[in-house]
Design a protein around this ligand. Structure first.
Ligand SMILES: [Zn+2]
Length: 378
């Protein structure tokens, strides 16, 4: 491969590495700090008198209000709200700058001049994410998941407080137990607590020492886990999707080749839909997709990435080949692929069906969305 193309790849790789080691780490840190502050505020009210039905109602109202605030804050943090500069946009801007720099430097090395239009990539990315998630019909996005979970959680907290009133627990003891359940020995959130001054440090030591209460709060225990999952997944999706949009705009990128993360094979859920997308030939070669119809990330925490197939400088001024409807994956082919990679862990037929259906949903949602956007001329 010539120097210009090597340079292009190098800059994209550096951009991704920066995102993973700096940008995303900051996002996670902010998220944990926010959650720790909520726990600290939860336990701030002093009180050794037993929790009464009336004070339980008051406490419950306070928790619900704070969780709504937390959800709203995360939503703004991610989507930007009226400020329109959330983490989704940050990720999209990072990718846009990467492609812009890669294009400029590759052109200089190749000694050619051509123009690429990377205008409004963050806006186009956000629109594509929304359109694709609607076309996929998979309700995993921040917009749908968190409000729903918060409602289920409310029932859990109600149950917990009724129990605390019945057993004569004080306000203080009830809130610290709840903090214990909500933090669930999570090292990251405990570390964040430790950084919130002496009171945070004290609560951290206390939560580490306190055993988990026996009351089982299914939703509450998972709140932190789920919120983090959504924050991370949505932002990764923004990174991936803006890379799709920028690659489509780039005269240099011909195909994206679906690439599993290094850790994928070792996961208990592997092989899964990621393997299917990486192996499937939609008409462009195994795992090869024109950027415009490259699927979105396949499941929460999906760490798949894409390798780029680049065009030589002599082709940069030529239009890219037209995009044909991708071929779907047959159930038999999906089964063969999964069995071929499963080793001793033979997947159930329900698992095979679910992964196969998800692969096709992702493939066709990308194409449908591409057509819709082509119709409106953007
Ligand atoms: Zn994946």
């Amino acid at each position: 491969m010539d120097a210009a193309l090597t340079k292009y790849e190098e800059i994209l790789e550096r951009t991704k590495a920066f995102y993973l080691t700096s940008s995303r780490i900051k996002l996670e840190r902010d998220f944990y700090r926010l959650f720790a502050q909520f726990l600290l505020d939860l336990t701030r009210r002093e009180g050794t008198a037993p929790l009464t039905p009336a004070s339980a109602v008051e406490l419950e109202r306070w928790i619900k209000a704070r969780l709504t605030d937390l959800t709203q804050y995360l939503h703004t943090q991610i989507n930007g709200g009226s400020r329109a500069n959330g983490t989704l946009r940050d990720a999209a801007e990072l990718v846009t700058n990467g492609h812009l720099q890669a294009t400029t430097e590759a052109a200089a090395l190749a000694g050619v001049s051509y123009s690429a239009n990377y205008d409004r990539i963050p806006e186009r990315t956000l629109r594509l994410m929304i359109m694709r998630s609607q076309a996929e019909g998979l309700s995993e996005s921040f917009r749908s998941l968190l409000p729903l979970r918060t409602r289920e959680l409310a029932g859990d907290i109600d149950t917990f407080l009724v129990h605390m009133v019945a057993t004569g627990e004080s306000w203080q003891s009830s809130t610290t137990r709840l903090a214990k359940i909500l933090s669930r020995d999570n090292a990251s959130v405990l570390d964040a607590l430790g950084q919130l001054g002496p009171r945070g440090g004290r609560l951290r030591r206390f939560l580490k020492a306190e055993p988990l209460p026996e009351v089982d709060l299914k939703q509450a225990k998972q709140l932190l886990h789920r919120s983090r999952r959504i924050v991370i997944t949505e932002t990764n999706q923004a990174y991936h999707t803006s890379d799709i949009v920028a690659s489509a705009a780039s005269p240099v990128v011909l195909f994206l080749v679906w690439t599993l993360s290094g850790r994928h094979a070792g996961l208990p859920s592997s092989p899964d839909v990621c393997d299917l997308i990486a192996l499937h030939d939609a008409g462009y070669g195994p795992g090869h997709y024109p950027p415009e119809i490259c699927p979105s990330l396949l499941h929460p925490y999906c760490l798949c990435t894409t390798r780029k197939v680049l065009r030589p400088a002599s082709q940069w001024r030529l239009p890219k080949p037209p995009i044909a409807r991708p071929q779907g994956l047959s159930r038999d082919a999906a089964e063969t692929m999964l069995l071929g990679r499963a080793g001793d862990r033979v997947p159930t037929s329900a698992f095979v069906r679910a992964q196969w259906q998800r692969a096709n949903r992702k493939i066709f949602a990308s194409y449908t969305t591409y057509q819709e956007l082509a119709d409106v001329g953007s």
